[in-house]
Write a protein that binds this ligand. Structure first.
Ligand code: NZQ
Ligand code: ZN
Length: 386
């Protein structure tokens, strides 16, 4: 098991009616920027509950943060926040709104002489950030209690992340009832994203991180059990609650401790979104199985463990590894998320070349565990997704 330090400062309020906690979390004199997306918060009850909890505070709304949040949109929020002398940011939505709000919280107080685009990719240090809270309406990314954010600049086809402990949300409200308005596509996306986060931190090489292995397997097992149930029964509170907690636990920091991590599926996936506009989870489903197959020799021991413990597959390592990849494909497809680029009308040959070019341009030339995966390897993986 590798060395690690762990600290996650986000206070979580989980369960029905927990938006009321915001009244205790945000000081009464605060000037709050309320950031959200295209309007789903008006249908799931989040907006009314949050506004009730914020009674007495000066609240300025910023709506229109789009999926895969865009730098230009976020900069309009930054200008509004500066003009209104905002001192708190409260995000309501999925990963895009929360990620975008992390950027806003950092950019509002950035030295005006520095180009805020440099925050993305961690190309400028941050001295401070405004305090941020989150109300999660789409379980998927774990953004509500981690310190990562992904921002897109569509004109230049850049989708890049930044990480900084200053943008850890101070608190997160996880009320499963707020997810009941989610369309099936977003439920499926959430299950796949959480599944792949767990796999990226677990399915590499044996590293004697036994607690984290079992934690990962527990999260994956939960997603297998409740994924189809959340799709079939939108008003099943227990299924939504377990999904929300599983997605949070998958990426709030614990699963990775002491482990060797991969993250190449996400790197390729971000380029596919930047190039073709696919949803984040759709890119993961078309990449992960073929990456696992491509790296089968390196990953065989862990693939066999995954196959035996998660899918109860019998046999020798090599056969279990193959069968486990097949089960993964079947699960993604059963959740309604295709595993082939052809399902989106994308030519895999063109995509393979374009992804490799993007990875080189972004300096992402040594990916995956051991840094062994080159853009040429990624070309082969994307080809295999035809
Ligand atoms: O904009 P609104 O109207 O709110 O609609 C959203 C949006 O259209 C809708 N939605 C959210 N909650 C809803 C709802 N619709 C009905 N009922 C509700 N309760 O869902 C749509 C998609 O939302 P989005 O926030 O884009 O989805 P997701 O949570 O999957 O976030 C994806 C973004 O997060 C990044 C991705 O790259 C992508 O940009 N990620 C962030 C990570 C992190 N911060 O750690 C890690 C991830 O790997 C990922 O990269
Ligand atoms: Zn993800």
């Amino acid at each position: 098991m590798d060395n690690f330090s762990f600290h996650n400062p986000t206070r979580i309020h989980f369960g029905r009616g927990q938006c009321a906690q915001i009244a205790r979390e945000i000081p009464t004199g605060a000037r709050v920027l309320l950031s959200y997306g295209g309007g789903s918060i008006r249908h799931n009850g989040a907006y009314d509950q949050v506004m009730a909890a914020l009674a007495g505070r000066h609240v300025v709304e910023f709506s229109g943060i789009e999926p895969n949040p865009e730098f230009e949109t976020l900069m309009r929020a930054v200008e509004l926040g500066r003009a209104e002398r905002i001192d708190w940011v409260l995000a309501i939505g999925g990963g895009s709104v929360i990620d975008g709000s992390k950027f806003i919280a950092a950019a509002i107080v950035l030295d005006p002489a520095i180009d805020p685009w440099l925050i993305v990719g961690n190309r400028t240090p941050l001295a401070t950030a405004l305090p941020l809270g989150g109300v999660l309406t789409l379980p998927a990314t774990g953004s509500e209690s981690n310190f990562a954010a992904v921002v897109t600049r569509r004109a230049t086809q850049d989708k890049l992340s930044f990480k900084n402990p200053l943008v850890f949300p101070r608190f997160a409200v996880l009320d499963p009832t707020l997810t009941m308005t989610l369309p099936p596509r977003q439920i499926s996306n959430g299950v796949i994203d959480a599944f792949v986060h767990t796999v990226e931190q677990y399915l590499t090489v044996p590293n004697e991180a036994r607690v984290q292995d079992r934690l990962a397997e527990g999260i994956l097992q939960t997603l297998l059990e409740i994924g189809p149930r959340t799709l079939a029964q939108p008003d099943d509170y227990e299924a939504r609650a377990n999904m929300m907690w599983a997605a949070n636990q998958a990426l709030f920091g614990l699963v990775a401790l002491g482990q060797v991590q991969d993250w190449a599926t996400h790197a390729i996936g971000h380029e596919l979104t930047a190039l073709y506009g696919l949803d984040h989870a759709q890119t993961l489903a078309v990449t992960l199985p073929w990456l696992l197959a491509y790296r089968k020799a390196d990953k065989e021991a862990k693939l066999a463990q995954y196959g035996r413990r998660l899918w109860q597959l019998p046999g020798a390592d090599a056969a279990v590894a193959d069968a486990a990849i097949g089960r993964t494909v079947a699960f993604f497809e059963a959740m309604g998320v295709p595993t082939r680029l052809s399902s989106y009308g994308i030519d895999a040959g063109e995509a393979a070349t374009a992804v490799a070019e993007q990875l080189r341009r972004h300096g992402r030339t040594r990916l995956g565990e051991g840094g062994l995966l080159t853009p040429e390897d990624c070309t082969a993986i994307v080809h295999a997704a035809a």
